[in-house]
Design a protein around this ligand. Structure first.
Ligand code: PEP
Ligand code: MG
Length: 533
């Protein structure tokens, strides 16, 4: 098998055996009717295989994951489901179609019952896929859990899949996905090397040894055991060397640039940095079916504040590829352009109020003084409303993210309402270029070296300088060691990134004076700048 190349989106190298994440099975055309005995035995075997697999996984999981898996195993063992599938077999269907129909009926009944039952309907889709795969003799869909380290290869992964990965996953390789997709971001936050948009990855054979380079995007296949061992040894040595890097962010001539961390929970606080610039609170609750209680939120935030008292908390950024099922938001034609981020407040005001109160309580309990900022702010009016709510709740330092071009264009007016700006270049790139950040074929438009994006960054930084307020970057661009000096040259005052990116960015800044950064920025702003792609 030839070597493959995709987009390296989370740095680091490793090697290990490939395991494929099977896709949901498509139903083949109906097969011939089965005898009553063979048919009922086939549907019963499929359902009990699903229940047994989920029970096995529950036994290996902990906490809430175990409860969810156990509940799903019980649903698979529900006798009414088995009975319905048996009836369809008796009426002439093959096992896969009988199961598919039984699940569809069960799902419709739950939706019709409403409330708590309707919330459970989505759980049935995963069970349906597993049961149909078992009936067709195909591998079970979902993330494999073999009990040994492996490289996970999939067509695509959702943020919820990625957040729930076991420690056995060495690296991720996907055929789909963009450079700033949330899956890539989660991989980075977990220090997992990841390559996305890797054509041909699904043709890799299960068990074959591959090496993965999450910086260059290279996936080499067909390694033998000693070669894989050597890749892991070298990668470990590199990691140890980088871990020695420490100290504040400074250009060669001493201009300070705060190096901050992007985190999804206290577990991501691994690197030496100068604070937390983006606490993506929604990542705490991705798999939740009921709203996180006030006390639970207080505990999660307090864990971060106890370690980093000045952390910047981003209020929930739900929507598009990070749906929070408990919000029960209506389905939309264009979710990325719809109710997401701060816009959820238009429908569900209590969500933001509860979160702000929980932040204040966690701060009180830990003696911390965190800041808060809102995602997806589009107008000065929205910024003013958010700042008013946050200050009324008792938070002193309030900012907003600049992720929508409209907000960048009015950065000065927005800064009149808040204390700081944090530029989310991932979404700012997506919305400036009308290019889905998860689209593997649009990586060139999503490249943060695009001069149009850099011009918006410059406008925000200039507004910050004029107002004497800080303007940081917290999108993936901040963690790119080649781009970091350019961003500093444009005038940003802090860079916030995943822990794995901090040492290389620190070294890159130390290699340039502020004047050199400005020269680089000037060149990067030229409309014909192709960037070092
Ligand atoms: C961004 O959009 O750049 C950002 C930091 O927010 P997220 O990636 O979580 O959407
Ligand atoms: Mg964003």
């Amino acid at each position: 098998m030839p070597d493959l190349r995709g987009l390296g989106v989370s740095p680091g190298r490793t090697a290990g055996p490939v395991l494929l994440m099977a896709a949901a099975p498509a139903l083949p055309p109906p097969g011939p009717p089965l005898s009553r005995r063979a048919g009922t035995a086939a549907v019963a075997a499929a359902l009990s295989a699903v229940a047994a697999e989920l029970d096995r996984r529950a036994g290996r999981a902990g906490g809430e994951a175990r409860d969810i898996l156990e509940a799903q195993a019980m649903m698979a063992a529900d006798p009414t489901l088995l009975q319905a599938a048996e009836e369809h077999v008796v009426a002439g269907m093959d096992a896969a179609h009988a199961l598919d129909t039984a699940f569809a009926e069960h799902r419709a009944a739950l939706v019709a019952a409403g409330g708590y039952f309707a919330e459970r309907a989505a759980d049935l889709d995963d069970l349906r896929n597993r049961a149909v795969a078992a009936a067709l003799g195909m591998p079970m869909p979902g993330v494999p859990d073999p009990g040994h380290p492996f490289v996970l290869v999939a067509e695509d992964l959702s943020p919820a899949d990625t957040a729930g990965l076991s420690a056995d996953v060495l690296a991720l390789v996907t055929e789909k996905g963009g450079p700033t997709s949330h899956t890539a971001i989660l991989a980075k936050s977990r220090g997992l090397p990841a390559v996305v948009a890797c054509a041909g990855a699904l043709a890799l054979e299960e068990g074959t040894l591959v090496s993965v380079d999450g910086s260059t995007g290279e996936v080499r296949a067909g390694l033998d055991g000693p070669a894989a061992e050597e890749v892991r040894r070298l990668a470990e040595a590199e990691r140890a060397e980088l871990a020695h890097s420490s100290g504040p962010g400074r250009t060669a001539d001493g201009h300070p640039v705060k190096l901050l961390l992007n985190i999804g929970s206290a577990a991501d606080l691994a690197a030496r940095a100068e604070g937390v610039g983006l606490f993506r609170t929604e990542l705490l609750f991705l798999d939740r079916r009921s709203a996180p209680a006030f006390d639970e939120q207080v505990a999660a935030y307090a864990e971060v504040f106890a370690a980093v008292p000045g952390a910047i908390v981003r209020t929930l950024d739900a929507g598009t590829d990070k749906p929070l099922p408990f919000l029960d938001l209506p389905a939309e034609q264009n979710p990325a352009l719809g109710i997401r981020g701060l816009r959820v407040d238009r429908l569900r005001q209590e969500v933001l109020d509860t979160q702000l109160a929980a932040v204040v309580e966690a701060a009180r309990a830990t003696g911390a003084e965190p800041s808060v900022m809102a995602p997806m702010v589009s107008t000065p009016r929205e910024a003013a409303d958010f700042a008013g709510r946050a200050r009324a709740a008792g938070i002193r330092r309030v900012g907003v993210m600049i992720e929508v071009p409209a907000a960048a264009l009015l950065a000065e007016a927005i800064l009149a309402e808040v204390d700081f700006l944090s530029i989310g270049t991932n979404d700012l790139g997506q919305y400036t270029f009308a290019a889905d950040r998860q689209h593997p074929a649009l990586a060139d438009l999503l490249d943060p070296w695009q001069p149009a994006l850099l011009r918006l960054v410059e406008m925000c930084a200039a507004a910050g300088l004029a107002a004497g307020k800080t303007v940081g970057v917290c999108g993936e661009a901040a963690g790119d060691p080649r781009l970091a000096p350019v961003l500093v040259g444009l005038g940003v005052t802090s860079l916030s990134m995943s822990a794995v990116c901090v040492p290389a960015v620190r070294t890159a800044l130390a290699g340039h004076t502020l004047e050199e950064c400005r020269t680089l920025a000037k060149a990067a702003l030229r409309p014909d700048n192709p960037g070092p792609r």
